[in-house]
Design a protein around this ligand. Structure first.
Ligand SMILES: [Ca+2]
Length: 311
């Protein structure tokens, strides 16, 4: 009986292979992308997901080398990185990347594949459906939909998109939507699988504690994530956890950290504001129960600061 149980557990473990995750990011414009990438490495180390690639929507020349440097720090230097296909006005910042690269060893100057081509290649090659965590502009996902058989590929290979985008409690256009409105409109209105949104209001109400940067990353003499955080603004400061909340929900949807709206549709207005209509549709947005704030912040800081398992 015991042997049968052990065999069943082993089979279950093999069958429950970690969900592949693609991180689509505008790394460099704000610091939360860096913390979210650190979290996805930690969750991959824990076997809760498998980060299979990073695609960029920030065309700043420091973005590809920076992400390669972070991936190498976490023992995944070979992870494919796709470069942004266009420079978007107001979306090509370097708030910390060059500064952090100064503290890290030199990186190979190997040219990166364009992000939508990498996205296609990753989707064509995966056997299991992936989750895409989109924490920047919708440029790459829109380009995928626009490519030959792109809609069919997304439908066949993507289980879910979790996007940090939109504003579901106010009328103000959210940054990730505003910088590339046409792409956001194409993706949020026409993407063929469910999308869960972590809206502006979620990260705004969960501030990453600067104390975590001071203490939790001290296991490395120069930690690229802590160096980035210090370079981005004058310490100490607590920054909204926009992209971190999207990464958490993407990998741990069953934990119930957040509530979810009823399903519906999301329309994108020409100014970039988002309008949710409940009813038909498979879009949902996250809701934050203030009594869960302390627990969620603790989990975010724990995961973002977890030492690499592979070094
Ligand atoms: Ca971002």
């Amino acid at each position: 009986m015991r042997r049968i149980l052990i065999a069943a557990c082993l089979i279950a473990k093999v069958c429950l292979a970690a969900r592949p995750v693609i991180f689509d990011t505008d790394m460099g414009n704000d610091i939360d992308d860096a913390l979210a990438l650190a979290m996805l490495h930690a969750l991959s180390d824990r076997g809760e997901c498998e980060l299979i690639g990073v695609t960029l929507t920030n065309a700043n020349p420091a973005a590809v080398p920076y992400i390669r440097m972070i991936n190498r720090f976490y023992g995944r230097g070979d992870l494919p990185v796709g470069s942004a296909i266009k420079e978007l006005k107001g979306g090509a910042g370097d708030g910390y990347m060059t500064a952090a690269l100064r503290t890290a060893p030199a990186e190979s100057a190997k040219a990166a594949e364009p992000a939508p081509a990498l996205l296609r290649r990753l989707l064509l090659n995966v056997r299991e459906k992936v989750v895409i965590v989109q924490t920047g502009f919708s440029t790459n996902l829109a380009a995928l939909l626009d490519s030959p058989e792109g809609i069919a590929l997304a439908k066949e290979k993507v289980a879910l998109v979790v996007a940090m985008a939109g504003n579901f409690t106010g009328r103000e256009p959210e940054y990730n939507v505003r910088i590339d409105v046409a792409s956001a409109k194409a993706v949020f209105e026409h993407w063929p699988t469910p999308i869960v949104f972590s809206g502006f209001e979620i990260g705004r109400d969960l501030l990453y504690p600067s104390g975590s940067i001071e203490h939790d990353f001290a296991y490395a003499r120069t930690h690229p994530i802590a160096e980035s955080y210090r370079a981005y603004d004058k310490m100490p400061y607590d920054r909204p956890t926009w992209d971190l909340t999207a990464a958490l929900e993407a990998v741990r949807p069953a934990h119930g950290y957040f509530g979810r709206s009823e399903p519906g549709t999301v329309l994108v207005e020409s100014n970039g504001s988002t309008r949710f209509t409940p009813g038909k549709g498979d879009r949902q947005y996250l809701r934050l129960d203030p009594s869960k704030r302390a627990e969620i912040l603790e989990v975010l800081a724990l995961l973002a600061s977890q030492p690499p398992a592979r070094r």
